[in-house]
Ligand binder design. Structure first.
Ligand SMILES: Nc1ncnc2c1ncn2[C@@H]1O[C@H](COP(=O)(O)OP(=O)(O)OP(=O)(O)O)[C@@H](O)[C@H]1O
Ligand SMILES: [Mg+2]
Length: 302
């Protein structure tokens, strides 16, 4: 495979406090142009911490980040940080909180251009705002002059996506982009990621607690628990032939994925606490099939 655009090597994060929290331990994965990796796990597993490190909102306490083969682990000077940020953009979970109620859509789409592409004139910024709104399925004539409160949740998330795309990033990180939206429109939002990957070669990290949507968005999936990746590989293998008990537990909780509750799954759900306990073990990641890695744990019989 080609060189990854973004790579983490044994990324670690310990939040220091009166009680230290090891939010991430030895997290390694790669993001490739035109492809998506789903990072799946329940609340508190470390998903947002990972997003925050990759977007430079916090600095990792261990490990390395490579962007296009270059070590970018330590934040550089202001110019370097700005350049990196324009390449790695983020879409947040809460579409309303991410937008400033005092500004219209035009402002939200033009502002990143003013910051990252100061060479563009006012007319060019307007053209780009029109193009961006059309890219996310919003009518520019109707939408550019509107304020966040005049938009539906789905429309707001489209504006957030357009804003993230404004500076032509190569990596998009979406942290639970649909979990606050009405169920009926979630797929239409997820659908917008496909052309970004296909036509613009965007590499994507899709963060979700809903393993069923991984298949819809991502070629690869990493399952994370307690800050450690317990299983990573092609999404089809993870969903159709899961190996780690924790992955199977997540899947057992999703009836609509088309996997009938088998005897194994029922006992898994009964033993959920035990599954979580063994999933915290720092076992070795071993390759069970090409590109499919599973963390060894003490209860392969579950
Ligand atoms: N700023 C912080 N200071 C201290 N601990 C933190 C901080 N941010 C997160 N944590 C802790 O780190 C762990 C991972 O949190 P994180 O927000 O990354 O999880 P998450 O997988 O995104 O969860 P959710 O699905 O609820 O968004 C949790 O135990 C959390 O309490
Ligand atoms: Mg989170």
């Amino acid at each position: 495979m080609t060189q990854p655009i973004l790579e983490t090597r044994k990324l670690g994060m310990v939040y220091r406090g009166h009680r230290d929290v090891a939010a991430l331990t030895d997290v390694s994965f790669t993001l490739h142009r035109g492809r998506a990796l789903a990072l799946v796990g329940e609340s508190g597993s470390g998903k947002s911490t990972c997003a925050k490190i990759l977007t430079r909102m916090v600095t990792a306490t261990g490990g390395q980040i490579l962007f296009d083969g270059k070590d970018v682990t330590r934040p550089g000077n202001r110019r370097e940080v700005l350049a990196y940020r324009s390449q790695v953009q983020m879409v947040f979970q809460d579409p309303f909180a991410a937008l400033n109620p005092a500004h219209d859509v035009r402002h939200h789409l033009s502002r990143p251009l003013a910051l990252h592409k100061p060479e563009l004139g006012r007319g060019e910024r307007e053209d780009r705002a029109v193009e961006l709104s059309m890219m996310v399925g919003l009518d520019p004539v109707e939408t550019l002059g509107k304020y966040p409160h005049e938009l539906s949740g789905g429309q707001r998330q489209r504006v957030n996506l357009a804003r993230a795309m404004a500076v032509d990033p190569s990596v998009l990180i979406a942290d639970e982009p649909t979990s606050m939206l009405d169920v009926s429109i979630r797929l239409t939002i997820l659908d917008m990621f496909k052309p970004l990957k296909r036509d613009r070669g965007i590499a994507m990290l899709y963060i979700t607690h809903d393993i069923a949507t991984a298949r819809y968005v991502a070629e690869e999936t990493a399952v994370i628990y307690g800050g450690r990746i317990v299983e990573i590989g092609p999404t089809s293998a993870i969903i159709d032939a899961p190996r780690h008990p924790y992955t199977r537990l997540l899947l057992a909780a999703v009836p609509e994925i088309g996997r009938p509750f088998g005897a194994t799954d029922a006992s898994l759900v009964r033993e959920a606490d035990r599954v979580r306990e063994i999933s915290r073990e720092p076992g070795r990641l071993s390759e069970v099939a090409p590109g499919h890695l599973v963390r060894e744990c003490s209860a392969s019989h579950i």
